[in-house]
Design a protein around this ligand. Structure first.
Ligand code: TRP
Length: 477
């Protein structure tokens, strides 16, 4: 019988798609600025520890549950136990919210690609704003929306192509290209004056910030780690469900976190030394960091060379963003497609893809309109709707802009909650042997069983539990 769900064409193809899902704006845009505002080196250490004790186990768990059941997030939980279906639905909701702001960010990246392209052709791609362009773009809502739409159309086209013919095919080209471009930019940045200060910020042990802000650093690093590895909402589960039974799960589950962390580090090595060289070591400037700093970097290079490098760099970010947004779309898609196939109906992949993309676009519009929370934007930031003003008691990061609000709901609450529940279920209900058996099904020995068991049962629940508590306390006080 023809497999209507689709499957990966090769192990390499799967890896590129899964690594492509993991490596995205989270690594290239999020990681450098979060590291920049959270104490540099200490953040890096906490992040790496979390990848080891939380990330590996969760990636493996998701891949195993996905492949074992052969369904995406919703179907997989339902197959394990009928009553657990809602956990999958929660994941789909998280994916959907992420998609909403991801489209906007992807659109902004695409605007930069277009800007550099026009510059290369001899025009003025940054409408007279030069390196101050980011401040201008935030208020240029029409452009943001227009480019978001282009970004969405491209993502849809790939997802409609299916697993092997769309997602895998694109990722196999995009990911290696990304690695090459990133290294070129790093080498260039390294050759700049004062870049050294950026490396010192990244790698010189300094625990002062960490000691004073332990919980903030922990929860930011944990949220970032879950987001970056696409965990806690069934994304790896969905990708795992398209894997053949002979794929080596443990090997894949090891490669994905390593590649993702390496990419985050490389992104840090491109952006933070660039901040040192061109932006007066102002590492903590927040979400705009990538957008304004890199514009300065390339603006400082001679003429066409700078434009060419800028074009390549933002093109690379764009590729990474696309391979991630398609994975979020696929989580949503699979939840419906699985059900339709179960009911013996035609999958209707294109129609479902368009439905989700369009709805996410609409939900994302406020993110495109509030100028990331800066004053005087076309619409109010959420805190203003709630009657809070900056500095008032209930005012927090999460309600300072729509983007932050969406990030808070998805990355701050739903994903950790999903990760916590999955870990507890694997540890105590389905039992670690479910994962072990699935890994052994492909004929390999299950390694580090005690470690994984300990992770699922105790380590992950404790760490993610603390993170969630901190998050909720932040919400109420
Ligand atoms: N991991 C991606 C990034 O770092 C984003 C992403 C893709 C994601 N798929 C996901 C995040 C699923 C959460 C869930 O940018």
């Amino acid at each position: 019988m023809e497999n209507k769900r689709g499957s990966w064409g090769s192990d390499f193809g799967f890896l590129m798609a899964a690594v492509g899902s993991a490596i995205g704006l989270g690594n290239l845009w999020g990681f450098p600025y979060k590291m920049g505002s959270n104490g540099g080196f200490a953040f890096l250490v906490v992040y790496c520890v979390l990848v080891i004790v939380v990330g590996f186990a969760l990636v493996l768990g998701e891949l195993a549950l996905g492949r074992k059941t052969g369904f995406g997030a919703v179907g997989a939980y339902k197959a394990m136990c009928k009553k657990h279906r809602w956990i999958g639905l929660m994941g789909v909701a998280a994916g959907f919210i992420i998609l909403a702001f991801y489209f906007v960010l992807g659109g902004m990246v695409l605007r930069y690609v277009a800007g550099y392209f026009v510059n290369i052709l001899g025009g003025d791609g940054f409408v007279g704003q030069g390196t101050g362009f980011f401040g201008y773009l935030l208020y240029d809502i029409n452009s943001i929306i227009l480019y978001s739409i282009i970004f969405i159309v491209i993502s849809c086209a790939i997802v409609m192509g299916g697993i092997k013919g769309g997602i895998e095919k694109f990722s196999k080209v995009a990911m290696p290209a990304l690695a090459v471009f990133l290294i070129i930019v790093i080498i260039y940045v390294a050759s700049q004056k004062n870049a050294g200060a950026g490396y010192r910020f990244m790698f010189k042990p300094d625990w002062t910030y960490f000691r004073e802000n332990f919980f903030t650093v922990l929860k930011t690093a944990a949220g970032q780690m879950l987001f970056s590895l696409s965990l806690g909402m069934g994304c790896m589960m969905t990708y795992g469900s398209y894997l053949p039974k002979n794929a080596h799960l443990q090997r894949n589950a090891t490669i994905i976190p390593i590649a993702d962390t390496a990419a985050a580090l490389l992104a840090g090595c491109a952006v933070l030394p660039a901040v040192a060289a061109f932006a007066g070591e102002n590492y903590g400037s927040g979400p705009g960091l990538l957008f304004h700093t890199m514009l300065q970097v390339f603006g400082n290079m001679n003429g066409v060379m700078g434009d060419l490098m800028g074009f390549l760099f933002f093109l690379l970010i764009f590729l990474a963003a696309v391979t991630s947004s398609i994975s979020q779309m696929e989580v949503c898609n699979a939840s419906i497609i699985d059900r339709r196939i179960e009911k013996k109906k035609a999958p209707r992949r294109p129609a479902i893809t368009i439905f989700f993309a369009l709805s996410a676009f609409i939900i994302g519009i406020p993110c495109a309109m509030d100028a990331m929370g800066s004053g005087g934007a076309a619409i109010k930031a959420p805190f203003e709707f709630l009657g809070l003003t900056a500095g008032s008691p209930g005012y927090q990061m999460w309600n300072s802009s729509w983007l932050n609000l969406y990030e808070f709901i998805s990355e701050g609450i739903l994903m950790p909650l999903g990760a916590l529940i999955m870990s507890l279920l694997i540890g105590w209900v389905y039992k670690t042997r479910t994962v072990r058996r699935e890994c052994e099904a492909s004929g390999q020995r299950f390694k580090a069983g005690v470690f994984f068991s300990l992770c699922y049962k105790i380590i992950v629940p404790i760490i993610i539990g603390i993170v969630l508590c901190t998050q909720i306390i932040d919400l109420i006080i």
